[in-house]
Design a protein around this ligand. Structure first.
Ligand SMILES: [Zn+2]
Length: 241
């Protein structure tokens, strides 16, 4: 069933709403350098999670917001950014407009770490002002225990977890031949470095090395989608009680 907002016509949209589709998923990311996976990684992954879970949570999938607040990797070729106030105003207006069209539950699936504070603020503000119910999911954090279960190592930025999600979602975009182990940069607490010296960033020493196995990537991404879906359904159920 077609659930993408921008592929439906207005009559389809009305029919879906009559059937109880008063939930919307907004995939959101940015354009940013990402190791051996695409600049749009942070958009591609939330979009694919949305595609896989939308029918089971009775949600319409809004067009992705592809431009976010990019910071430490902005200097790399092809990375783009908008400012924090611009992103906040834009998302606030998009969500307000959706609420005015009868959307009562909003799920933002975020793919990018650089604007998590902004999304938290907007989610609260929308709820305060419209009474719409809002969930923001930073998928890689909610699912951070799944990487070690399948890969025996923790993830990071453009590390094993994000790369696996892209192998499962858009395998043709992965540039395996450009990978070398020295691309992994260990981010340490207590320092700020601009620009980041590498686009693959790990948070614990000797973790995050890429694995290009397609079967493992599929298993990982299936587990991610399941976990995100189960979380949302549990919140919906609790809200409805
Ligand atoms: Zn990313």
């Amino acid at each position: 069933m077609e659930l993408r907002w921008d592929r439906l016509n207005w009559q389809d949209f009305e029919d879906l709403q009559k059937k109880g589709y008063d939930r919307v998923i907004l995939p959101l990311g940015t354009i940013e350098a990402h190791g051996v996976i695409p600049l749009g990684t942070d958009n591609i992954i939330p979009e694919n999670i949305a595609q896989r879970i939308a029918p089971d949570i009775k949600a319409i999938i809004a067009p992705t917001v592809s431009y976010g607040v990019t910071r430490s990797l902005l200097h790399y070729p092809g990375s783009l950014s908008v400012s924090s106030p611009t992103l906040k105003a834009y998302i606030f207006e998009i969500l307000s407009s959706m609420v005015s069209k009868g959307m009562e539950k909003i799920v933002i699936i975020n793919g990018h770490g650089g604007h998590m504070d902004e999304l938290k603020q907007i989610a609260f503000e929308i709820h305060e002002k419209t009474r719409a119910k809002v969930i923001v999911i930073h998928w890689w954090i909610l699912c951070q225990d799944l990487g070690p279960e399948i890969y025996d190592t923790e993830g990071g930025h453009a590390a094993v977890d994000e790369t696996a999600a892209i192998i499962a979602s858009a395998p043709e975009t992965v540039k395996k031949d450009k990978y070398s182990l020295d691309m992994l940069y260990h981010f340490r607490q207590g320092v700020n470095v601009y620009p980041s010296p590498s686009t693959i960033i790990i948070y614990k020493e000797n973790t995050g090395a890429l694995d290009f196995d397609a079967k493992k990537a599929d298993d990982y991404f299936k587990a991610v989608c399941q976990k995100v879906k189960d979380f949302i359904l549990d919140i919906f159920e609790r809200w409805d009680k």
